[in-house]
Design a protein around this ligand. Sequence first.
Ligand code: AMP
Length: 536
Amino acid sequence: MFVPRSLKIKRNSNDDLKSCVGKKSKPEAEDLQLDRDGDIPAHASVTKEAVSADRPGSASSPLPSPSSQLAEACLVGPEQGVKDSFPSEEPVKSFSKTQRWAEPGEPVCVVCGRYGEYICDKTDEDVCSLECKAKHLLQVKEEEESLKASSPQRAASQPESPLDAFYVYKEHPFIVTLREDQIETLKQQLGISVQGQEVARPIVDFEHCGFPETLNQNLKKSGYEVPTPIQMQMIPVGLLGRDILASADTGSGKTAAFLLPVIIRALFEDKTPSALILTPTRELAIQIEKQAKELMSGLPRMKTVLLVGGLPLPPQLHRLRQHVKVIIATPGRLLDIIKQSAVSLGGIKIVVVDEDKKLFKPPVLVFVDCRLGADLLSEAVQKVTGLNSTSIHSEKSQVERRDILKGLLEGDYEVVVSTGVLGRGLDLVNVKLVVNFDMPSSMDEYVHQVGRVGRLGQNGTAITFINNNSKRLFWDVAKRVKPTGSILPPQLLNSPYLHEQKRKEQQKDKQTQSNLVTGANLMDIIRKHEKSNSQK
Ligand code: AMP
């Protein structure tokens, strides 16, 4: 079986179906056929045993023969077109070279790196074509055989996917025998600090978790020999199902620290989906999915879906319907899906607070100096971060501008990129961050733009990008911003332009000072005046 991410062929005629059934019986077509409705039934499994139970006698296929390709195209039933809402007329790709390259965020073929349009049901990996599916299955078979050869004892004593009916985390005897003071010293040495009641002791080896052998092997394959400190402490706590709020440096292994308990929970849960991972950006979501797939490889019925912005929704929705266990999503895209109510999120409960909006960050208002800049930056923000972004400028109609403003106030947009049109007067109370991506040409304009945050006594933040194009404003900006306690970059404070402007201003002040009448210079001024009068 070979599961497409999106539908391949819509067929309505019984004749077609009949003619295909004949081809279905061809042995070489059997293993490469499309699943009838594109769905994997709940009982279907990616383990070898389950597949062979479903289809006695089925064997891994070599590269597809032309007849098998024909059979695949014919085996899509009529119900498929009815069930899904985004049929495609394209046939299943047979060869890797006919597949396109993946866009950022799209699944990637595990064999050749092109667009992973299909899911190999035996391994749950993404593949681009029948050719790569066959290569992939061969690779897997070879790996399994070499694993068996290298550990004949385990191969003889254990089935390939030794999953107990359920998993309960128990402290390993080695951890249990440690004294409390030894645990404290260990934590101190590793910089682990913990709050909370009856927090589980850290593990010091992945073997202490009692993971299924496949997962242990995946950890080794990923180069995870020993857990990092955040993993030592978080994994047992997560495996016990406790809530965790954790903080550790970038690159310290936080992702695996939460992924491993999530994987174990999802593995022993029947519900799909059973885990939702929310991340602020698309890039992070992609990274997490990659790591999750590495760790889940070979575990039965473990599929992931990426729900992220900037990419078409239908393929993501389709994948979501394939009994995925773990969802990795950005909030904006997840909200779109919830709003459409197109999909049941199974056992996952999502609390929607006040029409979704209070769950998410207040919008960011970005100022640029031209219309094209506003459109381009808004597009780039949407594409790169997956945030819901729009632009507003004088080329948009009054109605469009009004709608955008309404959307901004109601939290529909996470980012609005504007030219000066939004710079003045409006009370955008929910904006907490202004970014002056282009420094405006005058201090007056700058003050108005920055003033869009912190309205009505609220706190707000402004981030200003400034370069030598605005050098004549350096000293004015410094004078204005410094008293607010804001941090000014040394490049600005040390700029020769700033010092020159400061010097000129001080000189001018001096000049003005000398023209003023004070007690000290009063007599001098009178004498000067008398002298010039007497000369006349
Ligand atoms: P993270 O902090 O989760 O982004 O992880 C940083 C990097 O460390 C990633 O490339 C992980 O694959 C890797 N990593 C995570 N845990 C371990 C571990 N226990 N041993 C070796 N590498 C790890």
